[in-house]
Ligand binder design. Structure first.
Ligand code: AMP
Length: 420
C-alpha cells in the first residue's frame, strides 16, 4: 500500500472545509489592505533560491528539493515565496508601475525538514509583499495585516516580536562587535556556532542549543548599533504600529542571516512559543532585487504558516466555525422514487442548492445515517406514497423536524434558504 510521503498530508473534505474558510479569510484580509493576488510556478530555477534565499541558510543547505529535469536544467520546488515574487516583479517590469506594488499569494512550499508537530515537508503559506517602497508605514501595514487576520480568527494571547537589524551602513559595525564578543566565548558555544562565526555570524543569535543561550543573552544588540536613518526608520515603524493599537515587544534576538535583509524583522508568536510554533514572520529585504540582477528596490513582506494557524486555532478550541452546509440528501425508497429524486436533484443543483442522491437499495434508516454522516442539512425522503401524492418529506437534520412539501415547491423553498 502506498502512503502520502513523509511530511505531507492529504486534506479530506471535512478538513478541506476548514482550509477553505481559512484561505478565504486570509484572502479577504490581504485584499482589504490593497494587496493583489499573484500566482507563481511551483518550481523555479534552482539558482533563484541559491541567490534569493542564500547558500549559507538551512533552507538551501539542508532543506531544498532540487532536481535536474529531463532537459538537464536544475530546478527546485519553491522553499519560500519571496524570491519568486521578486523574480516576477523584475521579469514583468512591475517597477514601472506606481510603487509600492503590493502582492499576496497563498502557496504550498516545500522543505526537506524533520517532520514533527507543526513542521511539514509540504506546507502552505499566506505570503504578502510590498515592493518598491522604503516608507516604514508599509512595514507597519504588513504586521497589522497579519495581526488583524489572526485576531479576527479569534486567536488570543499572541505577541508581536520586533527588531531592527540595520543596513549596510551600520550592520558591519554590529557584526564586528558580535564576532569579537563570540571570540571571547568560544569555549561555551556549540560546534555549529563556531562554523557560523566564520560563515554567517548574524545567525549566532538564533541558535537554539541550550548551552548557547547564556552567550546569546549577553551578546551585543543590533538596536544599539543602528545608524541615524535606521534608528529613525525603526522609530517611525513603532509609532505607526502604536497608531493602530498594535502592541509589540522588542526582541534583540530576532535576526536574518543575509546581507539583503535590512532593518525590520518581526514574528508573531502564539502563547506557547517554541521553534515549531511561530505563526508568521516578516521583514525588509531592500537588497534582494539587486541580488537577483534587478535595480535596487526597497521591499518588505511576510509569510505565515497556515498549518500552524490551524493548529493554534485547535489548541485554543477555535477550529474556524463550521459553515452551514446547505447540502440536500435525497433519499429514495424504491426505483420509481429514485428516478423522481434524480430529476429533482438536477433542478436543485441548477438553482445552486448542493444535492446528492442516495445510492443502492437502502432502508430509510441507512439513508438517514448516511445523510448525517456527510453533514447534509436536509434529507428529502420519497417512497411510494410520497411519489403518488407528488410530495417529498423534508427532514431538517439539525432539528429533526419533518414536513411534507409538494415536489413543485421544494426547489424554490430550499434555494431561498441556501442562498439567503
Ligand atoms: P519562514 O519562511 O521560514 O519565515 O516561515 C514562515 C512561516 O511558515 C513560519 O512562521 C511558520 O508558520 C511556517 N513554516 C515554516 N516552516 C514550516 C514547516 N516546515 N512546516 C510548517 N510550517 C512552517
Amino acid at each position: 500500500m502506498f502512503r502520502a510521503p513523509r511530511g505531507t498530508q492529504d486534506i479530506l473534505p471535512d478538513e478541506a472545509n476548514r482550509w477553505r474558510r481559512l484561505e478565504a479569510a486570509a484572502r479577504g484580509w490581504a485584499e482589504l489592505y490593497g494587496y493583489g493576488e499573484i500566482r507563481t510556478p511551483t518550481f523555479e530555477e534552482l539558482g533563484l533560491f541559491l541567490r534569493g534565499v542564500g547558500e549559507a541558510t538551512d533552507i538551501v543547505e539542508k532543506e531544498i528539493y532540487a532536481f535536474q529535469d529531463k532537459g538537464g536544467d536544475w530546478l527546485a520546488l519553491r522553499p519560500e515565496e519571496t524570491a519568486p515574487v521578486v523574480r516576477a516583479y523584475l521579469q514583468h517590469g512591475l517597477f514601472n508601475r506606481p510603487q509600492p506594488v503590493k502582492l499576496y499569494s497563498i502557496v504550498n512550499v516545500f522543505r526537506y525538514d524533520r517532520p514533527q508537530a507543526g513542521r511539514f515537508r509540504e506546507f502552505r503559506q499566506l505570503n504578502c509583499e510590498a515592493l518598491g517602497e522604503d516608507d516604514p508605514i508599509v512595514d507597519a501595514e504588513l504586521a497589522a495585516l497579519l495581526w488583524r487576520f489572526l485576531e479576527d480568527l479569534g486567536l488570543r494571547d499572541l505577541s508581536l516580536q520586533l527588531n531592527s537589524i540595520g543596513d549596510s551602513v551600520c550592520r558591519p559595525g554590529f557584526v564586528e562587535a558580535l564576532v569579537a564578543y563570540y571570540r571571547e566565548h568560544l569555549d561555551k558555544i556549540c560546534p555549529d556556532d563556531r562554523r557560523r562565526l566564520e560563515t554567517n555570524p548574524m545567525r549566532l543569535l538564533d541558535c537554539k542549543q541550550p548551552r548557547c543561550q547564556p552567550v546569546i543573552e549577553g551578546a551585543p544588540r543590533t538596536v544599539d548599533y543602528l545608524c541615524g536613518p535606521c534608528a529613525e526608520h525603526f522609530g517611525r515603524l513603532q509609532a505607526y504600529l502604536a497608531d493602530e493599537g498594535l502592541a509589540h515587544q522588542i526582541n534583540p534576538r530576532l535576526v536574518r542571516g543575509l546581507d539583503y535583509y535590512t532593518r525590520t524583522v518581526w514574528e508573531v508568536w502564539p502563547p506557547e512559543a517554541g521553534a515549531q510554533s511561530t505563526l508568521g514572520g516578516g521583514g525588509r529585504y531592500d537588497g534582494l532585487a539587486e541580488q537577483l540582477g534587478g535595480r535596487p528596490t526597497p521591499a518588505v513582506g511576510f509569510a505565515a504558516g497556515l498549518e500552524r494557524i490551524l493548529l493554534t486555532l485547535e489548541k485554543q478550541g477555535l477550529a474556524p466555525g463550521e459553515a452551514e452546509s446547505g447540502l440536500a440528501f435525497l433519499a429514495p425508497l424504491g426505483q420509481p422514487a429514485k428516478r423522481e429524486l434524480n430529476r429533482l436533484a438536477d433542478r436543485l443543483r441548477r438553482r445552486g442548492v448542493p444535492a446528492t442522491v442516495g445510492t443502492g437499495d437502502r432502508s430509510l434508516k441507512a439513508l438517514l445515517r448516511q445523510a448525517n454522516a456527510i453533514g447534509a442539512r436536509w434529507a428529502l425522503v420519497m417512497g411510494d406514497q410520497e411519489l403518488a401524492e407528488g410530495k417529498v418529506a423534508v427532514r431538517d437534520l439539525r432539528t429533526s423536524e419533518q414536513r411534507g412539501l409538494p415536489v413543485e415547491a421544494i426547489v424554490d423553498e430550499l434555494a431561498r434558504e441556501v442562498l439567503a
